[in-house]
Design a protein around this ligand. Structure first.
Ligand code: SF4
Length: 284
């Protein structure tokens, strides 16, 4: 049986750099991360073992002196609030997330109504819109109706949005409101695009034989779930797991080719462990 890893998978540089920063021994266990740094249980556990605390928001109690903003970024007002409370604030925002913040600010300055294609409750999106007086978040086609009263809109995307979905939403908006003036800024990050195109390519290969995709990543990771969506669209059987212990031997019965991919917050060592277990469960 053939096992193939997607050409691009797993932890992106933004998440990797933020994890390394949080594990810096200089913090000596005196660090709280506001918002989940990565949607990956193994990494969260590793951080906890290093004494790193995690809170969801400023409403939670913070007992450390040092506070870290995650790779997903946050609103400037949150950072200012933390500083005013006397914490040492370390900003691990990914530069590609900050690029979205800059794009939104420019659109607003130029008089466009800001629109974000993404999930309204995702920490990254809350950070993008957190300092704006008004904005619209569009997660699906039903949300498009919110644009009825607008003349000109400037659109950015959550960095992990599927670019194909973004372009579909854009087409629907143009059809629904042909008079609307639109500026679209493609802010889906390159690591996300690379992982999306790699899983499409691998899913195409798997669909030509008795193929099965194993998608590794946190159950709460939106970009991992998007990798699964690709498999579904291509009618490729897929299982979503968080670690190698969840693999079941009967999945590989009658399978000729297994593909492995992983979301942007899944460490490579987790993928390595999954790969090794598949070799045991389904030897060639
Ligand atoms: S997914 Fe993209 S934007 Fe988000 S942390 Fe990774 S590289 Fe940065």
């Amino acid at each position: 049986m053939q096992i193939t890893r997607a050409k691009a998978f797993g932890t992106c540089f933004g998440v990797r750099d933020a994890i390394e920063a949080a594990l810096d021994p200089a913090f000596a266990g005196d660090l709280t991360i506001v918002g989940q740094l990565v949607h990956n249980p193994q990494t969260v556990q590793r951080l906890k073992e290093h004494g790193v605390q995690m809170v969801d928001s400023l409403d939670d109690e913070i007992t450390s002196k040092n506070v870290m903003i995650t790779a997903h970024g946050t609103a400037g007002s949150v950072k200012t609030e933390l500083e005013s409370r006397g914490y040492n604030v370390f900003d691990a925002s990914c530069p590609l997330v900050l690029r979205v913040h800059t794009a939104v600010r420019r659109l607003v300055d130029e008089g466009w109504h800001p629109v974000v294609f993404g999930q309204s409750q995702h920490v990254e999106v809350r950070g993008i819109v957190g300092d704006l007086d008004e904005f619209t978040v569009i997660g699906n086609e039903e949300d498009i109706e919110q644009l009825a009263q607008r003349d000109r809109i400037g659109i950015v995307c959550q960095t992990t949005h599927r670019i194909r979905d973004a372009r579909q939403l854009l087409d629907r908006i143009r059809e629904r409101f042909p008079e609307l003036e639109i500026q679209f800024v493609d802010t889906v990050c390159k690591p996300t695009k690379d992982r999306q195109s790699a899983v499409e390519e691998l899913a195409d290969d798997l669909s030509r034989s008795a193929g099965l995709m194993i998608v590794v990543g946190g159950y709460n990771s939106s970009n991992t779930r998007k990798l699964l969506e690709v498999c579904k669209e291509k009618s490729v059987q897929a299982h979503h797991i968080e670690n190698e212990d969840q693999l079941e031997s009967h999945w590989f019965s009658g399978i000729d080719h297994v593909g492995i991919t992983a979301g942007t917050s899944t460490p490579h060592e987790v993928v390595d462990a999954v790969h090794r277990r598949i070799e045991v469960l389904a030897p060639s």
